[in-house]
Design a protein around this ligand. Structure first.
Ligand code: UTP
Length: 290
């Protein structure tokens, strides 16, 4: 499940008429990295939670017979094959109003049914081998319970995240004992922050229904948060977290996005050399080579 119905306010004005998930890292939209990660983890059924102004996502993953025929007619078989490989059959569900990530997850409930499922926040682009989700599913099969992905974050940045309190299970795997949303650095129970991947069990939905009711009645202020739903779940069953090997970029903010573009461009043999030379020249205060 890819919740993609947020408004992307941190990236305005670029996201006024264009979903942030469609901003390209080099030549691939952000969400395509996530979809490829899910496919590599063996996930076949994908649902994207969309909202207003997100049609470009559907168009991107649609078949483009015209474009394929055009490329083939010009002998560009490789490009045609690449374009064909992007299109896949995905399901879309609309979140009428952006009432929070927990609400977005709840919106896709009818398509998930009584199955375990993964939530990918496409903004968090993770370069890992094997992919982040594949590593998490391995942990999920081992612990037999929901698994959150966590990353060690410096204390001064921790208030931007949900943070776990934990007991260690083994290296890189933890049993979550509490979850705190956006704590002050001095109140954070650890330096392990929840990042954009979750492997969940279907009982999260009932926890989210309760959370939605609490928000509606005014007992809980603000959005219907997934973290709060997870907190409710924690009272009923074991929830786990894992740290994985990999490099994460938060492409939902401008600096994180720029870093990700440079990171992925420097991994491309066709771009790395000239880009490095250009960056060195710019950083050195010289005009960049043309
Ligand atoms: P963010 O916290 O990044 O919010 O949402 P946002 O609206 O996308 O972006 P900013 O903060 O305004 O710049 C985390 C994830 O949850 C989804 C977003 O699309 C993103 O993948 N989301 C959030 C929804 O699908 N629906 C919501 O109501 C809220």
């Amino acid at each position: 499940m890819f919740p993609a119905a947020g408004l992307g306010t941190r990236f305005l004005p670029a996201t006024k008429a264009q979903p942030k998930e469609m901003l390209p890292l080099v030549d691939k939209p952000i969400i395509q990295y996530g979809i490829e990660e899910a496919a590599a983890a063996g996930i076949e059924d994908i649902v994207i939670v969309t909202g207003r102004g997100k049609n470009a996502i559907e168009d991107h993953f649609d078949v483009s017979v015209e474009l394929e025929t055009f490329l083939e007619a010009r002998g560009k078989q490789d490009q045609a094959a690449e374009i064909r490989s992007i299109s896949r059959s995905l399901a879309y569900v609309r979140q009428g109003e952006p009432l929070g990530l927990g609400h977005a997850v709840l919106t896709a409930r009818p398509l998930v049914g009584d199955n375990a499922f993964a939530v990918i926040l496409a903004d968090d682009v993770i370069d890992a081998t094997p992919g982040a989700l594949a590593q998490m599913i391995e942990v999920f099969n081992e612990v037999d319970g929901p698994v959150l992905l966590v990353e060690r974050v410096p204390r001064e940045q921790i208030s931007g995240y949900g943070v776990i309190a934990y007991e260690p299970v083994r290296e890189g795997v933890y049993r979550v004992t509490d979850l705190v949303e956006k704590p002050k650095p001095e109140d954070a129970p650890s330096e392990l922050a929840i990042i954009g991947r979750y492997v969940l069990t279907p009982d999260i939905f009932d926890a989210l229904v309760e959370e939605a009711a609490a928000v509606r009645s005014g007992k809980v202020q603000g959005e219907i948060q997934l973290t709060n739903g997870l907190r409710r779940l924690l009272a009923r069953r074991n929830v786990y977290a894992c740290e994985i090997e990999g490099v994460r970029h938060d492409t939902g903010n401008k600096l994180g996005f720029l870093k990700a573009v440079v990171y992925f461009a420097l991994k491309r043999p066709d771009l790395a050399g000239p880009l490095r030379a250009y960056l060195e020249a710019v950083v050195g205060g010289k005009e960049g080579p043309r």
